[in-house]
Design a protein around this ligand. Structure first.
Ligand code: PLP
Length: 408
């Protein structure tokens, strides 16, 4: 596993623009001309390598970005989509048909949860939501019609880490597909090296890193990617969540700095998590030995990229959390905003935002408390200075009672 370095793989890809530019040229076309009608027919049938027909099927820039992301995830191929949900929904609808069953981690992004819980059942696709760390229970819950185990490598928002090695063993034994959303841990975790079949990202987050677009990708075997793009029955080409070429060009440029950004996000998050834990706050971060999956994550990650940029802190109540977030924003410590992977710290209360699709009782059972703030830690240059300023906000709002005593 240590021999694989995705950053090198991406760096080794070389593209030239049409006029020798250092970036590939953007194809600003939805449709493409042919000198012969026969080639058009062959292209439609998927038999004319290097020819383009229509940009919902594929376009040069989307293929460049997809190729780079396949390198990132060590897969044969990939396909980019207009959003992370575009990737998730296309993949699940490709793999599962009416009468099929999915096993999913119960702690996943709220939009994915809503899709599995509310959108798929009318199409006769049912999902069982389970604690992803309870491997025995997962295996026991496999039914004859189960097709997929779905999880996030590091989950949103609770930062639970899935044991991808064990899950993949179960999948192989029962002939299921292991589909992993790796949005929170690009470069740190390479799910395919641990046995995953399909890896998904919301490119909106760390990979693009600029909070200026939504985007998604799924990475897998060439055969699977081709299936999703089949003009007769491919979920992605028929549902149509196509990324625009201008966006794929800008995401490809941002991907070039991902390795540097991930190290800084992780460094800063580790620093703050350690400091706030020492102050007695209820912090959760997979890089803290107190985190229940610390050892597991260590055994799965490429250490140089760290434990990621996400951290949670329990402020006690929604009111306290809101007060703290508003003050931190006023003090220019970050933005009260959903999403993650930006240069600036972003914070939001998961229960009332990105996980609000999950009913309250289920949220509580999972451990998403009302005062839980999810932080996506930014690229701050002087993290000690940030820590001091954040701590002042915590003291002012009573989240920390005074210098060294938390409310717990
Ligand atoms: N997966 C995870 C882990 C996410 O956090 C999100 C969005 O927050 C998504 C998928 C959905 O991605 P998008 O908003 O790009 O559709």
């Amino acid at each position: 596993m240590e021999d694989f370095n995705a950053a090198n793989e991406i760096q080794d890809l070389q593209y030239f623009g049409e006029f020798g530019g250092v970036n590939p040229s953007i194809s600003d076309s939805s449709t493409y001309t042919f000198l012969s009608a026969k080639t058009m027919f062959d292209t439609f049938e998927g038999n004319a390598e290097g020819c383009y027909l229509y940009s919902r099927h594929s376009s040069p820039m989307n293929l460049y970005l997809a190729q780079a992301l396949a390198k990132l995830e060590n897969t044969e191929a990939a396909n980019v989509t207009a959003s992370g949900m575009g990737a998730i929904t296309s993949v699940l609808l490709q793999v599962c048909k009416s009468g099929d069953h999915i096993i999913s981690s119960r702690t996943i992004y709220g939009g994915t949860y809503a899709f599995l819980k509310n959108f798929l059942p009318p199409f006769n696709i049912e999902t069982t939501f389970l604690d992803i760390n309870n491997i025995e229970w997962i295996e026991k819950s496999i039914q004859p019609n189960t097709k997929v185990i779905y999880c996030e490598s590091v989950s949103n928002p609770l930062l639970e880490v899935a044991d991808l090695r064990k899950l993949s063993q179960i999948c192989k034994k029962h002939n299921l597909k292991l589909i992993v959303d790796n949005t929170f841990s690009p470069l740190s975790i390479s799910p395919t090296l641990l046995g995953a079949d399909i890896v998904i990202h919301s490119l909106t987050k760390f990979i693009n890193g600029s909070s200026d677009t939504v985007g998604g990708v799924y990475c897998g075997s060439q055969e699977f990617i081709n299936d999703t793009k089949n003009v007769n029955n491919g979920a992605c080409v028929l549902l149509g969540p196509t990324m625009d070429s201008f966006r794929s060009a800008s995401i490809l440029k941002n991907l070039r700095t991902l390795h540097i950004r991930m190290k800084q996000h992780s460094y800063n998050a580790q620093y703050l998590a350690e400091k706030f834990e020492q102050d007695g706050l209820k912090v959760s971060y997979p890089g803290l030995p107190s985190h229940k999956n610390y050892e597991l994550m260590k055994s799965m990650m490429h250490e140089e990229y760290g434990f990621g940029g996400l951290m949670t802190l329990d402020a006690g109540t929604t009111e306290k959390a809101n007060e703290l977030m508003e003050l931190m924003q006023q003090e220019n410590l970050g933005y009260l905003a959903v999403s993650l992977g930006f240069y600036k710290t972003l914070f939001s209360c998961s229960g009332s935002s990105t996980s609000s699709e999950i009913p309250e009782e289920e949220r509580i059972a999972m451990g998403i408390s009302d005062g839980l703030i999810r932080f996506s830690i930014g690229l701050d240059h002087d993290i000690e200075r940030t820590y001091q300023k954040m701590k002042e906000c915590m003291v002012k709002t009573g989240v920390l009672h005074h210098e060294n005593t938390s409310i717990y």
